[in-house]
Write a protein that binds this ligand. Structure first.
Ligand SMILES: NC(=O)c1ccc[n+]([C@@H]2O[C@H](COP(=O)([O-])OP(=O)(O)OC[C@H]3O[C@@H](n4cnc5c(N)ncnc54)[C@H](O)[C@@H]3O)[C@@H](O)[C@H]2O)c1
Length: 326
């Protein structure tokens, strides 16, 4: 009996574990490939008990043996085809991706080449988790997919931004040369359960600081803007893109167009947690973008997708998660 096999690289991370959960619940056979660089076993501990989920500890910088991938064999189930590949492996927060910038670049560039090789060989559809960071410090707002970006190629964020840009190029070249079915998704700032409390991202930082009544650190004057997408909305958009018509390759922005200043976020977190924290201001890191807001017209038109969860509701749900784990 032939079953649908889906590879998820980075499946032990924040987004990957939320995605694997939905895919497993739908009855798919899910192979999670992750080297636990930033991912955490706690994120997938419940999934490890399911018979339609396996975890493979592997660095996608290295090619992977397909026999390992096809290791689902129980009863009459024998899987010999990969149907879909979600490529999410890559550290996503600045403190993590700047720790070893060469590893970050290799993960984006060599990693996607290894995954594209599997897609080419098995005829699988491959979705790349790209990022709003390909727009760099954008000169237009909101950012739409035709904007080519403003990235400082030699700055400290370039290992992430440029790696993701090259990965997009490779996907489109594999599509043009070998007709690999590709989907490129540009993800904007996302938050929710399974975030790493220590990853230094603005939402996790603020909630953890507020829950501990520590000072809330705002970088710069707090007037820079961000858009915040709740994770369930994001995963829904990701799966809609993966399962979209074969003529849709993207790039497609997926994010929440609601725009908030970092200071507004800090005030909201203090209000919802009832915290005694005070806001303190620190210097803005190099190349920090001033404005970040997705134009999601394309996602609405092509995928019939738009986010549903408002910031207040999403922050409340995320707070509950952090209360349980810290
Ligand atoms: N969360 C966001 O707001 C956001 C925004 C834009 C883009 N993205 C992209 O989405 C993807 C997932 O992000 P996330 O927030 O879940 O980050 P995360 O750090 O929680 O997850 C990344 C996962 O990839 C794994 N990984 C890293 N390098 C690897 C390698 N060489 N081989 C195998 N596994 C490796 C990590 O261990 C981790 O489990 C990333 O590609 C990221 O660039 C996320």
């Amino acid at each position: 009996m032939k079953k649908k096999l889906i590879l998820v690289t980075g499946g032990a991370g924040f987004l990957g574990s939320n995605l694997c959960k939905v895919l497993v619940e739908q009855g798919n056979y899910v192979v999670c490939i992750d080297n636990l660089y930033t991912g955490r076993k706690e994120n997938i501990v419940d999934l490890m008990e399911k018979e339609n989920f396996i975890f493979i500890n592997h660095d996608i910088i290295q090619p992977i043996n397909l026999d390992t991938v096809f290791s689902f064999k129980s009863g009459d189930i024998s899987i010999t085809e990969v149907e879909q590949i979600y490529n999410l492996a890559c550290p996503a927060s600045p403190i993590h991706y700047q720790k070893d910038p060469i590893q970050t670049l290799k993960t984006s560039v060599w990693g996607i080449m290894n995954m594209l090789a599997i897609a080419k060989k098995t005829n699988a559809t491959i979705l790349q988790a790209s990022t709003s960071e390909v727009y760099g410090d954008a000169q237009i707002t909101p950012q739409n997919e035709t904007y080519h970006g403003n990235v400082n190629t030699i700055g400290i964020r370039a290992c992430y931004d440029e790696g993701k840009r090259v990965a997009e190029t490779l996907l489109f070249d594999y599509h043009r040369m070998y007709n690999v079915n590709i989907k490129v998704m540009r993800i904007f700032n996302t938050y929710g359960p399974n975030m790493d409390p220590l990853d230094g991202r603005v939402v996790s930082n603020f909630i953890v600081q507020a829950l501990r009544n520590d000072d809330i650190t705002v970088y710069g004057d707090g007037e820079q803007t961000r858009s915040f997408c709740y994770v369930t909305d994001l995963i829904e958009g990701m799966m809609r893109l993966m399962n979209s018509n074969d003529t849709i390759h993207g790039p497609v922005n997926i994010g929440n167009p609601g725009e908030f200043t970092v200071k507004q976020l800090a005030d909201l977190v203090i209000e919802l947690t009832g915290s005694k924290s005070k806001i303190i201001y620190m210097p803005l890191p190099q190349d920090d973008p001033c404005r970040r807001r997705p134009d999601i017209t394309l996602a609405k038109e092509k995928l019939n997708w738009e986010p549903k969860i408002q910031l207040k509701e999403g922050i409340e749900k995320t707070m509950q998660y952090f209360k349980e784990i810290i």
